[in-house]
Design a protein around this ligand. Structure first.
Ligand code: PLP
Length: 405
């Protein structure tokens, strides 16, 4: 019989955060090993529970949540999201401009599928959250990676962004606050990106899922609040700030230059209808999430658990010879650099695998984030301080051997 093959549409689709190294870690766990996981930004798995008032809302409404809802989401949830866009100073958003999805992930797929012809190009940061590159490829498009510069606090290199624009470029993705680097973009930079989008008629896809996970008095500006002529699609959701990743609930907000985008919006509406609607029970938590007590700030304030863990992980990593790391003021990740003169890594997936096999610590290699070099990896600082200390101690031991062999 003929072998059953995957579609050629997957030829350029890659998502290494859940790739072969994770598969090996799972096998090791099945064999009875304890693996310390610094690989996935899933707060609830590390004792960062979703706020109880959100859970109670979902539970209370379960009995009325068995049917489909409007394709774009429950009215009350979208109204709450609309109010949130007002808090973030995004102008002229109506309930109808808001799409609730099964996580930001689904909406990224929807927004790219609705836009791209084969070989259309999208500017995506390098390093990136790799779903963006994967989604563009799956939609037939081509990801053109613009460099974020580690020497400049990982901010996008605008000359490189401009240089990557061609006749088929349709959109710019910005991930702000950023995964994996933790960079936070200043307003002047956001305005410059808007200017580029304006000049070339591009959409701005703004992934802002970490907009409330801010340390050291950092503040976040939604890029969509800075202009009303360029078309913005802004993404956010319950997974990170509200520690409810398993609810699979996110939203996309269309704002700015909507008038010339009516055809694209029709496409978005069609794709939203085709999947009927997003998970309904979790939508009952959105209003309280956005309007209720923001317990995320208890975690990010100077004595908060997340802030303390960021400081600890950063200190332990940068104490290792040949390891340097930008100290992020946002999100859940560190993206350290391994000096190639100390650590001449040829294949960083192999490096991650060896670390896993020898020290039972799971990280994600930098190339998994479409970073073109083999000198970075990402750690998640969600595990508690004891586990972080243990894990980074093991990384240090591994690197010491690596350097001396
Ligand atoms: N965007 C970024 C930048 C992320 O880091 C993640 C998850 O890690 C997502 C989107 C996916 O979010 P969701 O759980 O809402 O699908």
């Amino acid at each position: 019989m003929r072998p059953i093959k995957k579609s050629s549409k997957l030829a350029h689709v890659c998502y290494d955060i859940r790739g072969p190294v994770l598969d090996r870690a799972r096998e090791m766990e099945e064999e009875g090993h304890r693996v310390i996981k610094l690989n996935i930004g899933n707060p609830a798995a590390f004792g960062f529970d979703a706020p109880d008032e959100i859970l109670q809302d979902v539970i209370r409404n379960l009995s009325t949540a068995s049917g489909y809802c409007d394709s774009k989401g429950l009215f009350a949830a979208r109204k709450a999201i609309m109010h949130y866009t007002q808090e973030k100073a995004i102008a002229n958003v109506r309930v109808d401009d808001i799409y609730v999805g099964n996580g930001v992930s689904e909406l990224i797929m929807l927004a790219t599928q609705a836009l791209l012809e084969n070989n259309d190009e999208v500017l995506i940061p390098s390093p990136d959250y790799p779903l963006w590159t994967a989604a563009v490829s799956l939609a037939g498009g081509v990801a053109r990676h613009y460099i974020c510069d580690e020497q400049s606090d990982w901010l996008p290199d605008l000359d490189d962004m401009r240089a990557k624009i061609g006749p088929n470029t349709r959109a710019i993705v910005i991930i702000n606050p950023n995964n994996p680097t933790g960079a936070l973009y200043p307003n002047e930079l956001l305005l410059s990106i808007i200017e580029i989008a304006r000049q070339y008629g591009l959409i701005i896809f703004a992934d802002e899922i970490y907009d409330k996970i801010l340390y050291d008095q950092a503040t976040h500006t939604s890029i969509a609040s800075l202009a009303d002529d360029v078309l913005f699609v802004t993404f956010n959701g319950l997974s990170k700030s509200y520690r409810a990743a398993g609810f699979r609930s996110g939203w996309a907000v269309v704002s700015g230059g909507k008038v010339r985008a009516q055809d694209y919006i029709t496409g978005l509406n069609m794709l939203a209808s085709m999947r009927l609607c997003a998970n309904v029970p979790s939508q009952f938590g959105i209003q309280t999430a956005l309007g209720g007590y923001q317990s995320i700030y208890d975690l990010t304030m100077p004595t908060g658990r997340l802030k303390r863990q960021r400081d600890l992980a950063w200190k332990l990593l940068t104490d290792i010879p040949g390891v340097t790391c930008f100290k992020p003021s946002t999100a859940l990740y560190l993206f350290p650099r391994l000096d190639p003169t100390h650590y001449p890594i040829e294949d960083d997936e192999q490096f991650a695998l060896e670390l896993l096999l020898e020290e039972k610590v799971l990280i994600v290699q930098g190339s998994g984030f479409n970073w073109a070099h083999t000198d970075h990896f990402r750690v998640v600082f969600l595990p508690n301080s004891d586990d972080l200390t243990e894990a980074i101690g093991r990384i240090a031991r591994f690197l010491d051997r690596y350097r001396n062999t």
